[in-house]
Design a protein around this ligand. Structure first.
Ligand SMILES: NC(=O)C1=CN([C@@H]2O[C@H](COP(=O)(O)OP(=O)(O)OC[C@H]3O[C@@H](n4cnc5c(N)ncnc54)[C@H](OP(=O)(O)O)[C@@H]3O)[C@@H](O)[C@H]2O)C=CC1
Ligand SMILES: CC(C)(CO)C(=O)C(=O)O
Length: 331
């Protein structure tokens, strides 16, 4: 089986590397400098459960034509690059190819599908964080199973052999909303200037996240169409309440949630650090868009969008919470 990755960055490099280590034929397509570094150094794939492997087995190139003949193509570009990915893939994919979006946000699979008529495009969801570093390092820094539309079942065995067992789902919209609720922390994390574990250890950052989640949950309830899937030990409706608990109680209840490599940051923090456009419009912006469709407002998420666009950071926990509460009061 030939598996392609379009946009071989953090997620694409990790998943592609795991698959290659398990013997799959993997083609990575990404930017020329990174692909040259991977050809030079190889790909190192590690995780917080002790995996540490190196491979030179992937073909790493900036030429999308290398994806011709792939049975499966994983799209792992940021949401702003989805249309460009579709345009690059359209002329090269084999008619039998299945494309899986492993991106955050809600609409990436649909946007790819619009650019790839006749090709099966499915939604996926990566729950874990990936840290990249020198020497081709792609380190899984948190835990969780990749969720994919059940129509991708034929690929489950190769992922299982790669140590990435798939959670095959028939409710991907609910899964993507469940993930989006968690991703509302991406902006809070980026604004904090801290790694995820240090940020989540501070009650006021967690309360800021809880405000954003509560707002999104109220809108979803009002719309009454999608019930976000449960992706943590707690149902998503209870998560904001647990986030707002005092630190010692939170630590006791949410131990698993804090099993995070101490240096891991959200992908949005990585983007701001690297001067790349953040995915804010595809995450908090989706809550604002939902509010607009319902004739309502989403002042907390709108404010998070504005703060990210302003680029003012770091913002201390108490100051961020006060800012978001003021936005919520102003409505
Ligand atoms: N990082 C993480 O821990 C997690 C990320 N996600 C989600 O997964 C998706 C991918 O994120 P992540 O892996 O962090 O992204 P990265 O930015 O690390 O990787 C994407 C790569 O694709 C490259 N790229 C973009 N457009 C093209 C193109 N047209 N041709 C070739 N290469 C291209 C980018 O280069 P350039 O930057 O130069 O454009 C970048 O190197 C996002 O939706 C993210 O939210 C989900 C879970 C965890
Ligand atoms: C894994 C998680 C939730 C946090 O790192 C993420 O999706 C991201 O960074 O975009």
């Amino acid at each position: 089986m030939r598996i392609g990755v379009f946009g071989a960055g953090a997620v694409g490099g990790h998943v592609g590397g795991c698959l290659a280590l398990a013997g799959a034929e993997v083609v990575l397509v990404g930017r020329a400098p990174k692909m040259a570094a991977l050809r030079r150094d190889g790909l190192r794939v590690s995780d917080l459960d002790g995996r540490d492997g190196r491979t030179r087995a992937c073909l790493a190139t900036d030429d999308p034509r290398a994806l011709a003949g792939c049975d499966l193509v994983l799209v792992t570009v940021k949401s702003a690059a989805t249309e460009a990915a579709g345009r690059a893939l359209a002329p090269v994919l084999a008619p039998h190819a299945v494309v899986v979006s492993l991106q955050n946000g809600l609409g990436n699979a649909a946007r790819l599908s619009a650019a790839l008529p006749g090709i099966t495009v499915l939604a996926g969801m990566v729950p874990f964080n990936v840290i990249t570093g020198p020497g081709g390092r792609h380190h899984r820094a948190t835990a969780g199973r990749i969720a994919v539309d059940a129509r991708a079942a034929a690929f489950a065995p190769v992922f299982a052999r790669a140590g990435l067992p798939l959670d095959l789902r028939r409710d991907m919209e609910a899964v993507l909303w469940g993930k989006l609720l968690l991703n509302l922390n991406n902006a809070v994390n980026a604004l904090s200037g801290l790694p995820l574990r240090a940020e989540l250890a501070q009650r006021d950052y967690r309360r800021a996240l809880a405000l954003a989640q509560t707002e999104a949950l109220a809108l979803l309830r009002r719309e009454g169409r999608v019930r976000p899937a449960r992706l943590t030990p707690l149902p998503s409706t209870l998560v904001p309440r647990v986030l707002a608990l005092p630190d010692p109680v939170f630590r006791r209840l949410a131990g698993a949630m804090l099993r995070i490599d101490p240096s891991a940051r959200s992908s949005m923090a990585d983007d701001l650090e690297a001067g790349r456009p953040p995915e804010i419009d595809w995450i908090n912006g989706e809550v604002v868009a939902l509010a607009r469709r319902l004739g309502r407002r989403a002042p907390v998420n709108a404010r998070l969008c504005a703060l990210i666009r302003e680029g003012r950071r770091p913002i201390a926990a108490a100051a961020l919470l006060a800012d978001l509460r003021a936005a919520a009061r102003a409505g």
